[in-house]
Design a protein around this ligand. Sequence first.
Ligand SMILES: Cc1cc2nc3c(=O)[nH]c(=O)nc-3n(C[C@H](O)[C@H](O)[C@H](O)COP(=O)(O)OP(=O)(O)OC[C@H]3O[C@@H](n4cnc5c(N)ncnc54)[C@H](O)[C@@H]3O)c2cc1C
Length: 354
Amino acid sequence: MFARSTFRAAQPLRMHARRFATETGPSAAQTAKPAAAAAPKTAATPPPPPPSPSGGGGNATTYVLGAAVLGGGAYYYSTLSGGAKGSAASKQPAQAAFTGGDQGFLSLKLAEVVDVNHNTKRFRFELPEKNQVPGLPIASAVLTKFKGEGDEKATLRPYTPINDENEPGYVELLVKQYPGGPMSTHIHNLQPGQTLDIKGPLPKYAWAENKHDHIGLIAGGTGITPMFQLARGIFQNANDKTKVTVVFGNVSKEDILLKKELEELENTYPQRFRAFYVLDKAPKDWQGNTGFITKDLLKTVLPEPKSENIKIFVCGPPGLMKAISGNKVSPKDQGELSGALQELGYSKDQVYKF
Ligand SMILES: Cc1cc2nc3c(=O)[nH]c(=O)nc-3n(C[C@H](O)[C@H](O)[C@H](O)COP(=O)(O)OP(=O)(O)OC[C@H]3O[C@@H](n4cnc5c(N)ncnc54)[C@H](O)[C@@H]3O)c2cc1C
């Protein structure tokens, strides 16, 4: 067990929530059975960290986009030959497509659209060159832009790609459509062959291997995408031993995005990765948590605030942010910590709001 040695609560969930596979006995909080046991993966070499060592956020429209380190000459190792990730034989240099600085927007062709649920789709865009990789540092997003007919100004929105930043050929976005939302509607209306303007990276929290011993990722809805990027980056790096606990809130079971990918992580790294799912409208047979993400649940499953080197990340709709950590003031200003995390004793420095 890597979290608290003493359980502080009495309910069955709480009795087991901090247990990982190194412990005996089932975990009531292990709510979803993985679809299939995934074979252990060989770690890939992660991309180099972004220029700033700090974990600060930034405004999508005012970011200086990672110019220096990710300049045109930046190279990443990828699995171009299809071999095991990270094995010396398979490593070939690949150029990053998103180099920031004065690169501007890339007009990327939509190659494929996959329906995920009633309001969410995956969009796979081709990078300019087949052997290029996205090359985004972890954690960072991309910025999309479009100007509709008659629009005075272009619409700009950030998204966190969900495919491997070291995988060649494409960048993939998972986009939920909001009624009346200009960008999500525009992207959902795109047909394969059409293009979208995308630039990056928009640096977020600069991750470096073993930066923290244990991190908690609290997400709601599409807020899971930056969390998944972070978790994937950690587990692709064999040298990174960080433990990861996810608390993921959604309205219904169908809304749980990236469930298969999260289950694969849980199956492959049971001693270091745990995910707890919370549904507002749970079906009768739901064995996970119901309602909203509560202080009690967080107290039970997250690493303790008094632990030495932990970080809690939060990303979700304004209501969730307000209840859990307080909203960001702006992309550059994390604002004060409030809500459940503050009440549980976490300090502002221990929390990062995406
Ligand atoms: C760093 C970062 C990464 C992001 N990554 C993703 C991603 O991977 N996938 C994705 O689908 N979105 C992501 N988003 C949200 C995305 O940038 C847009 O805000 C979203 O697609 C809505 O844009 P829109 O122009 O369609 O609607 P808007 O005009 O921006 O909003 C339309 C309506 O939807 C509401 N709304 C907007 N965003 C949210 C939200 N997140 N939760 C609940 N209600 C909301 C608004 O309050 C408004 O009522 C991310 C945001 C940030 C800051």
